[in-house]
Design a protein around this ligand. Sequence first.
Ligand SMILES: [Fe+2]
Ligand SMILES: [Fe+2]
Length: 315
Amino acid sequence: MKKLNVFPEKRGSDQREFLTLLEQTAKVHGEVALPSRSSDRAIWGEEFFNLSRSTHWRRLDAGSKLGALTALGQKVLQEAYFIECAGMAYAGKMNLAASTREERQFFSFVAEEETRHLRMIESIGGFQTVTEQIPSFALLIGEIIGEATKSGHLLLIQILLEGWGLNYYKTLAKSASDEAVANVFKSIVKDEIRHHSGGVVLFREVTLSESDAESILSYLERLVAMVKIGPYAVCEEVSQRAPFPDRGSFEAFLHETAAVEAAAGKLELIGQLLYKNLPRPVSDELTRRGTLTPLTLTAMTDTLAQAIPGIPGPG
Ligand SMILES: [Fe+2]
Ligand SMILES: [Fe+2]
């Protein structure tokens, strides 16, 4: 069988016949045009990204701050867009893997909901959705959807990512300065709660083999690494506009923006979702490996400095 293409290309706007049919279908399914958002303000402000307490950030002029916050907002939306895109593929895959007709019905509904999420984010986004610019977190989710087994899917995608996603989307909705954007995320959260619950219920019926458990643990290691590393996008956008003169100033920036604490909070949420749902021997193994232990400030500083061009490393 051909490998699942989680992120297919966009159809060209010259292919009108099919695109018109798609628009008609969306209307029949109740899609209404969303109000356009005001583009002169960043959707998420400096508080959302924990920037207000940073001396380095405060030294930036208003134009650079707006530029960085706008770019960060676009990255948030772009990541959400590709995650929803992966969600459509996920629902399709789980639909084919369903062992009962009820399960298949559930995943058919999920597919429609993920499609609606994608289209809502696209319509408020105002960004390019080119497949060359898929954020690495979405790429990893795509890889899991393409390659993990059904039990891995239920745990990693439905329990963990949907559970994590609904908390994240709640904060996006709460902190958005734009009402249209806030409403989109509020409406998505309502669906993600059911998607997450579906994963919890179905995963209870699963007996994990040793190799399933091992594959889940190793995917977890990779997913968690992306959370542990800290505010990658924030550091990238800030350092592009105001380069950090040395390693010390970069470490101070991470300290003032409470980067370690923020990552630790995220890891705690991940832990709650996992420990509630994983069988005891697997969660014990997770603890033993220290997968969910946050990085120290020094380790985070070094890891980010290595990953982002232009940030001074040690020495
Ligand atoms: Fe979704
Ligand atoms: Fe979902």
